[in-house]
Write a protein that binds this ligand. Structure first.
Ligand code: SAM
Length: 205
């Protein structure tokens, strides 16, 4: 079998509490960016999509900072009350395939260990999902991980870096900022980079 097509039973991982990716809280880089106002909603009601949101720690932090958040995950039973909590903050939790469902003109798409979790053959669908979801002038934010994992080690998590991410997003996404994450603040087995991109205003015109 092609190792890229290895099946991951995500629902079982949640049932077994086998989620090494789960921080139990929003990622420190995202939280710092929200706290400083760097990733503040541009207006009241600004929308944010979090594909592969898992237990939704990041989605909730974004919602608490004022974003109207849509979290999407394949797994219905995440073992938490994320659905109720995000709804109470004006957002929603959609159960489904993030690569083939929700599209729209979001002001922000936030990516955290979703891209590295899906198989490399799904990256085209991931790219189409992001490109079909970020409005012109909107933003894309990512916690890039595992940044220095050699491709031949396979996955998940599948290694990638900011240069490859830029290719998958396309030239209309301009890199605004990258910050390597301090492993003492957020320990993980491979390099992490916080990155923000801005999509051109005149895309598609
Ligand atoms: C490594 S976890 C990351 C979860 C979350 N982003 C976090 O940082 O805690 C990957 C998540 O993607 C979800 N997932 C995998 N494939 C998916 C798909 N095609 N559509 C939606 N969710 C998917 C899994 O159920 C899992 O919750």
């Amino acid at each position: 079998m092609n190792p890229e097509h290895k099946h991951v039973d995500w629902a079982q991982r949640y049932r077994d509490e086998q989620m090494p990716w789960d921080r139990g809280k929003a990622h420190a880089s995202l939280q710092a960016s929200l706290n400083s106002g760097q990733l503040a909603p541009p207006r009241e009601g600004a929308t944010c999509l979090v594909p592969g949101c898992g237990r939704g720690h990041d989605a909730l932090a974004l919602a608490e900072a004022g974003w109207k958040v849509t979290g999407v995950d394949l797994v219905a039973d995440l073992g938490t009350d994320f659905g109720e909590r995000i709804a109470a903050l004006g957002g929603e939790f959609i159960v489904g395939d993030a690569l083939n469902s929700k599209r729209g003109a979001f002001d922000l798409v936030w990516e955290h260990t979703f891209l590295c979790a899906i198989a490399p053959y799904q990256r085209k669908a991931w790219s189409e999902m992001v490109r079909g979801s970020v409005r012109p002038g909107g933003r894309f934010g990512a916690l890039i991980f595992p940044g220095d994992k050699p491709v031949d080690l396979g996955g998940p998590p599948w290694g990638y870096d900011v240069e490859r991410l830029q290719v998958w997003l396309g030239p209309d996404f301009e890199l605004e900022l990258t910050e390597v994450v301090d492993p003492e603040v957020e320990p993980r087995s491979w390099k992490q980079t916080f990155a923000l991109f801005r999509r051109a205003q005149d895309v598609g015109k």
